[in-house]
Design a protein around this ligand. Structure first.
Ligand code: SAM
Length: 242
């Protein structure tokens, strides 16, 4: 079975299986840089206390909890994996944040929300796992208010060739091995490698985002372009795009 087809059932069961080691492996594999990247993404959203905030592919809650600890009064988190959501819920409960974190088990390609509800939204390391980028962005466009800000954090292949060589060795060979040893699920970490390597470049992704009715406000490369933070603004009514 080709996991890169990104069938939601396969993605769901993969995240269910790695949920218990997800946070520790993120720290190990990124040398804890993932925390800084998430914080930067949340800061750039400039969340106000009365903003309605959506965290898509909320996973074990790292983005939502960070937003709740800083400026958000309430965050809606949506994910297809029960295993990931269960961990998010227990982390939020341990921090006394659970009453402000509304969790929903659902597919991001058809969200159980009305139109134009959210002021701010984020997806961290989630867009790459969606079955199709365009329907996902169209669904995001639907649930956001006009003028809403949407932060997309995603891994990428570094542009600088000097850095790309050692990084490729790490990413191609060491990362799946370390991920496999710690989680016991080698397949999930070869999927991580292959899905990043086949993901559209930042320039191409920005073009797709624009065709889905978003203005790309800025793209920030993080750590030599290992990761990018895209800040989008919902501008046009998508149906009016020629
Ligand atoms: C790499 S994890 C990122 C989790 C979290 N955002 C973080 O920063 O750690 C990707 C998450 O997206 C979720 N996901 C993948 N496809 C999804 C979909 N179609 N709808 C909702 N969630 C999805 C997965 O279950 C997983 O929890």
């Amino acid at each position: 079975m080709n996991i890169l087809v990104k069938d939601p059932d396969i993605i769901r069961s993969m995240f269910d299986r790695i949920a218990s080691t997800y946070d520790i492996l993120n720290s190990v594999l990124s040398l804890s840089m993932d925390r800084l990247w998430r914080k930067q993404a949340i800061r750039s959203l400039d969340i106000k206390w009365d903003d309605a905030v959506l965290d898509v592919g909320t996973g074990t809650g790292n983005m939502a909890i960070s937003a709740l600890k800083t400026s958000a009064s309430m965050v809606h988190g949506i994910d297809i994996s029960r295993g990931m959501i269960d961990i998010a819920r227990s982390k939020a409960r341990a921090m006394g944040l659970d009453s402000r974190y509304i969790l929903c088990l659902a597919d991001a390609l058809s969200m159980p929300f009305g139109d134009a509800l959210f002021d701010k939204a984020m997806v961290a390391f989630g867009i790459r796992n969606m079955r199709d980028i365009v329907p996902f962005l169209e669904e995001m466009h639907r649930v956001l208010k006009p003028g809403a800000l949407f932060s997309v954090l995603e891994l990428s292949t570094p542009g600088n060739w000097l850095f790309r060589i050692p990084y490729s060795i790490y990413f191609r060979y060491m990362l799946p091995w370390i991920g496999g040893v710690i989680s016991g699920k080698m397949g999930a970490y070869t999927y991580l490698r292959d899905s990043v390597m086949r993901f559209p470049s930042p320039g191409k992704l920005a073009g797709i985002m624009e065709t889905c009715g978003f203005r790309v406000v800025r793209i920030i490369p993080l750590f030599f372009g290992v990761c990018h933070n895209y800040m989008l603004e919902k501008t046009l009514d998508h149906s009016s795009i020629p």
